[in-house]
Design a protein. Structure first.
Length: 167
């Protein structure tokens, strides 16, 4: 995957989630079942996760892999989407605080973070190379793996939002 491919996929997943949440009623945005997050919390979680991933992939690494993928796009898709019923507990620092109650503000935060990614990728400030950074659950991942993780993570939560809307 090159920078342009990722930017295209990032645009697609961003547009998909924005299209989905813009159809939500106020009740759907705030609907919360048990300990699960409401839609506003999911958007905040995506922003927090994107921000952390951006920081990670912007750093140098002492570990370099021989190929551009360790986990792989297909495996990440399987873990994040096809096995969506398997709940994954987020670390505390990626859990939404719920302090922002305005969807417009949350969307702006998410879009601005993604614009920073696109800018850094298009200017080669972030290179899709063989640097390796450890994921807390999935282990060592290359920059390509991290980018694919971000894409599938967004898709996973877009499906979660659609599930909430259908309740």
């Amino acid at each position: 995957m090159n920078s342009n491919d990722f930017i295209t996929r990032l645009n697609e997943t961003t547009n998909d989630i924005l299209h989905t949440v813009n159809k939500c009623t106020i009740e759907q945005l705030n609907y919360k079942q048990g300990e699960s997050w409401n839609i506003l919390g999911i958007i905040e979680h995506l922003y927090l996760t994107d921000k952390v991933i951006y920081t990670i992939i912007s750093r140098p690494s002492e570990t370099i892999n021989s190929s551009t993928e360790i986990v792989g796009k297909e495996a990440l898709q399987k873990i994040m989407l096809e096995q969506r019923s398997k709940k994954i507990t987020s670390p505390d620092f990626l859990k939404p605080k719920g302090e922002i109650k305005d969807l417009t503000i949350l969307i702006d935060m998410l879009v601005n973070q993604r614009d920073a990614w696109k800018n850094s990728l298009s200017t080669s400030e972030i290179s899709i190379d063989n640097r390796v950074h450890k994921h807390p659950l999935l282990g060592e991942m290359t920059i390509s793996d991290w980018l694919n993780f971000a894409i599938h993570h967004t898709q996973r939560h877009t499906e979660q939002i659609k599930d909430i809307m259908n309740n």
